[in-house]
Design a binder for this molecule. Structure first.
Ligand code: GUN
Ligand code: ZN
Length: 428
């Protein structure tokens, strides 16, 4: 049976960074028609109701209906250690992250955290994410099994590390290649799942491992490849020491076959002019992780400059370096970081980044990230007056964006009224 969701609706006809807020289409009393797993129509609620009298109506009143949020870079295994105190990147990895990731050699623990993470993501309105797993192949099986069981579009890969990580958390160049290849064969293209080739970052891979994963990517060019790039100054210095022959950090990846248009480079804060040009030329994607970049003290991503230069940018929590599961909170942090660079992002730009922008970065924008006929029906419905503080501000709003902005800045999972995944209501 067809389902008709009624409420305020946001969709995008274009890119608000190049076309301004008019790139968004909004309906005050709009409708989204779902048949099976897909959206088949969007428009005025009354017209859709008249044209589809048999549809089952879900009237959300003044709540906002949007494409579900897409998190372009997250570490699901770091769920239980989010908000760990007082360290910067390398110490944070050694003190908190690696001991936690070690626990994923136990498939039961991996399954428990994968389920916990996905339920938290859905409760926050995130319907798709691109996740790192751990070095353990079981951690990938656990994640994909849990996402598949929930009907979600999800992307993930085995994190590969063969040096500068503790005993028990290292693979080898050969086993990283073999395990990644086997996992890719098992999961890529199954239901709504995609495998992502995942060297953690240059310092934790030998040149041999980077080359092996570069070779695997060349054999499977349809896959994404994700890694970290230029997050903190100490890390960049370390990469210089480890790879003295490289022109810069990005060149390490390029020299090993790990630069391409299907690459997704997390953080990318402290880029040289050459790196920026090369990334733009390649058409690679960058994952902006603003809560992580402030929480771990990494720096201020140049969102405006990079987008103006034509870079493909997605928005990401980077949980648990990031301090929240919420893409609303992540949009707020992106706004604050841009303000520190003297740029005020429009709410339409923030919303676009968390939906269409992330989908473009992950090359899934033909399927998800927007509301249009033919798109998969992954939706979030948000109460724009979810707390007394937000309600008393939004009641004064003169237009939709002014009503949405307090939820972007002060909202969290309390704002999430309903989540639809693949045309099915998963939370009411
Ligand atoms: N660089 C390498 N690994 C990580 C990680 O797990 N989190 C963050 N924020 N940066 C990294
Ligand atoms: Zn990360």
């Amino acid at each position: 049976m067809a389902e008709l969701l009624i409420g305020q609706v946001i969709a995008f006809d274009g890119d608000p960074f190049t076309e301004g807020p008019a790139a968004a289409r909004t309906w005050v009393r709009g409708g989204v028609l779902i048949e099976g797993a897909r959206i088949t129509a969007v428009g005025e609620a009354a017209a859709l109701q008249a044209a589809h009298p048999g549809a089952h109506v879900h009237d959300y009143g003044a709540a906002l209906i949007s494409a579900g949020f897409i998190d372009a870079h997250v570490h699901y295994p770091q769920t239980a250690m989010i908000a760990s105190w007082g360290k910067r990147l390398i110490d944070w990895l050694n003190t908190y992250t690696f001991p936690e990731e070690m626990r994923f050699d136990d498939p039961a623990y991996a399954a428990m955290i994968a389920g916990r993470y996905l339920d938290l993501a859905l409760a926050h309105g995130t319907t798709t994410m691109c996740s790192y797993c751990t070095i353990h192949p079981e951690s990938v099986d656990a994640f994909f099994s849990a996402a598949r069981g929930r009907g979600m579009r999800a992307l993930a890969g085995k994190t590969c590390m063969d040096r500068n990580a503790p005993d028990g958390l290292r693979d080898t160049a050969q086993s990283a290649y073999d395990d990644s290849r086997a996992l890719l064969g098992r999961w890529h293209g199954v239901d709504r799942l995609s495998y992502v080739i995942t060297p953690r970052f240059a310092p934790t891979s030998t040149p041999a491992q980077l080359s092996a994963l570069g070779a695997l990517w060349a054999e499977h060019p349809g896959c994404l490849m994700q890694t970290h790039l230029s997050e903190q100054s100490d890390e960049i210095e370390w990469v210089k020491d480890l790879f003295p022959e490289a022109r810069d950090y990005l060149d390490v990846y390029e020299a090993h076959g790990l630069l391409g248009e299907k690459g997704v480079y997390g953080h990318s804060i402290h880029l040289t002019a050459r790196e920026r040009d090369r990334l733009a030329e390649t058409g690679a994607a960058l994952a902006h992780c603003p809560t992580s970049n402030t929480f771990i003290g990494s720096g201020l991503f140049d969102l405006q400059g990079l987008i103006a230069a034509g870079q493909r940018v997605g928005l990401a929590t980077d949980t648990g370096g990031g301090s929240s599961f919420s893409m609303l909170r992540t949009m707020a942090a992106a706004y604050e970081v841009a303000q520190l660079r003297h740029v005020a992002l429009h709410p339409a730009q923030l919303w676009w980044l968390a939906t269409v922008g992330s989908a473009r970065a992950l090359r899934i924008d033909a399927s998800v990230g927007n509301i249009a006929p033919g798109m998969e029906a992954d939706l979030v419905v948000l109460d724009l007056a979810s707390t007394p503080a937000i309600a008393q501000r939004s009641v004064r709003a003169d237009d939709l964006w002014e009503a949405v902005f307090p939820t972007i800045i002060m909202g969290d999972d309390r704002a999430v009224t309903a989540v639809w995944v693949g045309g099915k209501l998963v939370s009411a």
